[in-house]
Design a protein around this ligand. Structure first.
Ligand code: ZN
Length: 203
């Protein structure tokens, strides 16, 4: 009888510990690392999976699969491969509140309509510049937008419907006139964007 009660209390104690850990990890915009857990980790895992960096089901526990996915993402995006998710990685993933991954239907005045295609850093998308930084020297990452500088001045801050905030950091031979090219971290993401007519605002 007393043995069962002891087991019960140990179990209760463990639950309380888990609850404490989960509570700590929920702090917004905190750095995430191996062992982190909570809603922010779920969001991170879902985002990595969306980008094609598979880290298993989003279970809210930052373990080895999430770690390798983060490393791979960082390597492909020119971020130092720490395996921890700090401000830079968060931003590249589109997780920071300043750069929403998906825009909504908010229409801002002063925008104009463009044809938006998508690319990633691979040779297929970026021939013959595969693996090189953007035209303005900044690393290719989510938010880099290729423009025709006679339409959108280089280094303009942009808001692109359905994509979020971006910066006119790149150019391309085929990007002429009212046509922009949006950078995505994976080829799959670029393919799934396809070609869209969207509204762009110079911020
Ligand atoms: Zn590609």
């Amino acid at each position: 009888m007393s043995k069962r009660i002891t087991v019960f209390f140990i179990a209760l104690f463990c639950c309380a510990l888990l609850a404490c850990n989960a509570g700590q990890a929920v702090a917004a915009d905190s750095t995430l690392y191996w062992g982190s857990r909570g809603d922010n980790v779920i969001k991170l895992q879902q985002t990595l999976n969306n980008w094609g960096y598979w880290c298993g089901d989003a279970d809210g526990i930052f373990g080895s699969k999430t770690y390798s996915a983060v490393i791979k993402f960082q390597r492909n995006n020119g971020i130092s491969t720490t395996g921890t998710v700090g401000p830079q990685t968060r931003k590249a993933l589109g997780l920071s509140s300043a750069t929403p991954v998906t825009g909504n239907s908010v229409s801002r005045s002063g925008g104009f309509s463009v044809i938006a295609t998508a690319y990633c850093g691979c040779d297929k998308c970026n021939y013959p510049y595969g693996g090189l930084p953007a035209y303005n020297g900044q690393p290719l990452q989510y938010g880099v937008v290729a423009v025709d500088p006679s339409v959108i001045p280089m280094n303009s801050k942009l808001y692109i419907e359905g994509y979020g905030e971006g910066i006119a950091a790149d150019q391309g031979n085929a990007i002429k006139g009212y046509h922009i090219d949006l950078f995505f971290p994976s080829h799959q993401q670029a393919l799934s964007w396809g070609v869209k007519r969207v509204n762009v605002t110079i911020l």
